[in-house]
Design a protein around this ligand. Structure first.
Ligand SMILES: *Cc1c(COP(=O)(O)O)cnc(C)c1O
Length: 375
């Protein structure tokens, strides 16, 4: 494919940092993970960072920490990568799908309020495709119910003038190559709560009373104990070495993505196509640049294959979990906003190697596929 939909920005610096981690002899969770946790938490405005193996395990740990268990309901959007809903099922709990606003792709206070039941143990909102959800408004309707933020896509996005993550009860982040920052695979939980941070560190490491790194540092004879049944969700020092370099690139990546998105907006406007944009209260990092296809457009697969013939790798828009076989028969309320966006949105290529000429080619190809002419 001539133009991929996403391409991670990786340089010689990452290769060097990874090589240094390997040469150090400490490759599992160690000093580089600790340094990455501190740097990442500081960047997003949180007190504590707990690195984990990916964002899916981060979400699972957040819900486990909150005591989510069989018999509990957790409000989630169906319009999300399927890991969001699956994390609820990992706890044996019931995902209750709430609808989204098709303008932002996010849950709203009204859709969350409509989905809360007497058994709701948590609300798991998503900053979909990097567009921040209106967390404060959702917290008001959630009341005492904890609100967890799936910030997998949202590194570098801002909410109410501050980084997403600032003031979050618990936020879960992803470092998969499809996101802005990557460690190959990787994830992080951020929180301001010191007790939670301590428990999360234990939960990611088999429930051990002290980490392997601490035991090593203590020297002498230290015997750990296993205080609860937990998980192995650790990140490696090899990944963290890469993460530290990647973090230094974040501001530049966001700036470039926003400039490319502005150019897409200019090119799409004459065609009358609506694309993802900043909500009034936030700025997106444009992790996913989606376009809503107009009423009466050809089926999404036809548009995708037409783009593919022009050497453009676009993707269907954000998926809806309730439309997947894994959620066949799972009860849910009507989700009109979700279904509209899932069926009619398309993600265009956006990454550091995209040129002005690429963007013109992509939009022209899309216009042909939709048989649209600029007005
Ligand atoms: C990518 C993504 C995840 C999963 O992240 P991994 O690090 O791949 O586990 C979860 N939620 C959302 C919204 C995502 O986009």
């Amino acid at each position: 494919m001539a133009i991929p939909v996403m391409k991670p920005l990786l340089g010689e610096e990452e290769a060097q940092a990874v090589a240094e981690a390997v040469r150090s002899g400490w490759v599992a969770q160690g000093p580089r993970v600790a340094a990455f946790e501190q740097a990442f938490a500081a960047r997003v405005g949180a007190e504590h960072g707990i690195a984990v193996s990916n964002c899916t395990t981060a979400l699972h740990l957040c819900l486990h920490l909150l005591g989510v268990q069989p018999g509990d309901d957790v409000v989630v959007p169906s319009l999300s990568f399927i890991a969001t809903a699956n994390a609820v099922r990992y706890c044996g709990a019931n995902p209750v799908f709430a609808d989204i606003d098709p303008l932002t792709g996010n849950l709203t206070a009204a859709t969350v309020a409509a989905a809360i039941t007497p058994d709701t143990k948590a609300v798991l909102l998503v900053h979909q495709g990097g567009v921040p959800a209106d967390v404060d408004a959702i917290r008001v309707v959630a009341g005492d119910i904890p609100v967890v933020e799936d910030a997998a896509c949202a590194a570098g996005s801002t909410l109410y003038g501050k980084s997403v993550g600032t003031g979050a009860l618990l936020a879960a982040w992803s470092f998969h190559p499809r996101k802005l920052l990557t460690t190959g695979e990787g994830g992080m939980i951020t929180t301001d709560d010191a007790e939670w941070a301590k428990r999360l560190r234990r939960l990611r490491e088999h429930g051990m009373s002290m980490s392997a790194a601490d035991r090593h540092a203590a020297g002498g004879a230290v015997v750990e104990s296993y205080v609860e049944t937990a998980f192995n969700y650790r990140m490696t020092d090899i990944q963290a070495a890469m993460g530290l370099v990647q973090l230094g690139r974040l501001d530049g990546i966001v700036e470039q993505r926003r400039a490319l998105a502005a150019r897409y907006h200019e090119l799409l406007a004459p065609l009358g196509l609506r694309a993802v944009a900043d909500p009034a209260y936030a700025t997106t990092n444009y992790q996913s640049f989606w376009v809503a296809l107009p009423e009466g457009a050809p089926p999404l697969v036809d548009v995708l294959s037409s783009l593919a013939q022009d050497g453009i790798s676009a993707r269907r828009g954000i998926m809806a979990a309730h439309l997947e076989p894994a959620y066949d028969g799972h009860p849910h309320a009507a989700l009109p906003g979700t279904e509209e966006l899932a069926r009619r949105s398309l993600i265009l290529p956006l990454h550091h190697e995209i040129t002005d000429a690429d963007q013109e080619h992509i939009v022209a190809s899309l216009a042909r596929a939709l048989t649209l002419v600029a007005s």
